[in-house]
Write a protein that binds this ligand. Structure first.
Ligand code: ZN
Ligand code: ZN
Length: 385
């Protein structure tokens, strides 16, 4: 059990972080607050990994096993509409994804473990910047996270509004989707609207491309094994009231659950764009940029998650085979390199926890701080015996 005083402290830390949100890689106040707290617990701290990321190292006993527990630190460029006392003091920035809570829970676990020192092995507390743009985890990896620190397996946790307060959901395999954005530029020949025979009309060609892309999910991918979403989000032309344009730009977003599926989507997209443009006599440029990889949980490590969560909250509150989600998460970059597992902790369904992530009225539910911290402590006890 956690010390009741620690529960109060975690709420204080969480609200402090909420008051002073920072975004992207620029999280100096947040990183400094976390680093100083870890140091005050007697934990060895390494700063500036992946720009402003932090790694705290806590070793105990003579065991060589190790575990990496990861929290994200960054906020969003959203103007907070809440009026409570701990609302954002940084105008235009807000902790609307609960990363303030994730950091506070991991600090709570660090404080408890540093005091009790009743495990055998090494715990690495990883606090990363810039999750929201999908760059922070990779930046820490590129800066030697897994070379400088010998980490056997990595774990992370995200709060989930709409999931009952303090319940945990996880699944082995694909939990969250990849996210890629694409841009297609169709170049034709513009003309007077009255003389379309003088044009190579990129609107007609672009429209065929929009329809053609719908066939990838329905005709090129397996209905059962290769779930995906392809959405066209923008269709921009340089035409005007009586002018057939010379160019159309089509932009969109696609998500799927394995890197193989993503490669298939990219290949089929280019095939369709090239074929339609060739038949129309238009030119094209096609570019697909991957921002987030799919989040794929290791089966064995996920069993550790289920075991620890069951001990803390009971099996009736653990969903060990939840449905995958089409949102994305950059912890996926760590999971490509290390075995690990990502789980979702219910933020609640009522007004205090049910408001959606990335909403200007969202707030992390402080009542789940203790459950999250206890879950981290349990994982360490189970894995480092
Ligand atoms: Zn988010
Ligand atoms: Zn988030």
């Amino acid at each position: 059990m956690l010390d009741p005083h620690l529960m109060t402290q975690m709420t204080k830390w969480r609200r402090h972080l909420h008051r002073f949100p920072e975004c992207g890689f620029e999280v100096p106040l947040t990183a400094d607050f976390i680093a100083k707290k870890l140091e005050s617990f007697g934990i060895e701290v390494h700063r500036n990994i992946g720009q402003q990321g932090i790694v705290g190292v806590l070793c105990c006993g003579n065991g060589s096993s190790s575990i990496g527990l990861r929290a994200d630190m960054d906020a969003l460029f959203i103007h907070e509409e809440n009026q409570f006392e701990h609302r954002s003091q940084h105008d235009g920035k807000m902790h609307a994804c609960g990363h303030d809570g994730h950091s506070a829970m991991l600090l709570g676990a660090a404080c408890h473990l540093a005091k009790e020192k009743n495990f055998n092995g090494n715990v690495y507390f990883i606090f990363q910047p810039d999750e929201e743009h999908g760059r922070g985890a990779q930046a820490m990896i590129d800066d030697g996270l897994f070379e400088r620190f010998h980490i056997d397996a990595v774990y992370s946790l995200h709060n989930m509004p709409g999931l009952a307060e303090g319940h945990l959901s996880v699944r082995s395999g694909s939990l969250m989707a990849s996210e890629s954005s694409f841009e297609i530029i169709v170049s034709g020949i513009g003309s007077h609207a009255a003389m379309p025979h003088c044009s190579v009309d990129p609107i007609v060609t672009g429209s065929q491309i929009v329809l053609g892309l719908q066939t990838i999910v329905s005709r090129n991918l397996s209905t059962i094994a290769e779930k995906a979403v392809i959405s066209i989000c923008e269709f921009i032309t340089n035409g005007t009231v009586n002018v057939i344009p010379s160019e159309v730009i089509i932009k969109g977003d696609c998500r799927c659950f394995t890197e193989d599926t993503l490669q298939k989507i990219e290949k089929n997209m280019e095939r369709i764009v090239a074929g339609i443009c060739q038949s129309a006599g238009a030119q094209y440029k096609f570019n697909l940029t991957n921002t987030f990889y799919p989040t794929i949980n290791n089966a064995k490590i996920t069993q550790h998650v289920i075991q620890a969560a069951t001990k803390v909250i009971g099996s009736d509150k653990v969903d060990s085979n939840c449905l995958p989600l089409t949102i994305s998460e950059d912890f996926s970059s760590m999971l490509r390199i290390k075995p690990g597992s990502y789980a979702l902790l219910g933020n609640g369904t009522t007004s205090s926890g049910g408001c959606a992530l990335h909403n200007s009225k969202y707030d992390f539910n402080d009542r789940i701080l203790g459950i999250g911290a206890q879950y981290w402590v349990q994982l360490v006890h189970d894995q480092l015996t």
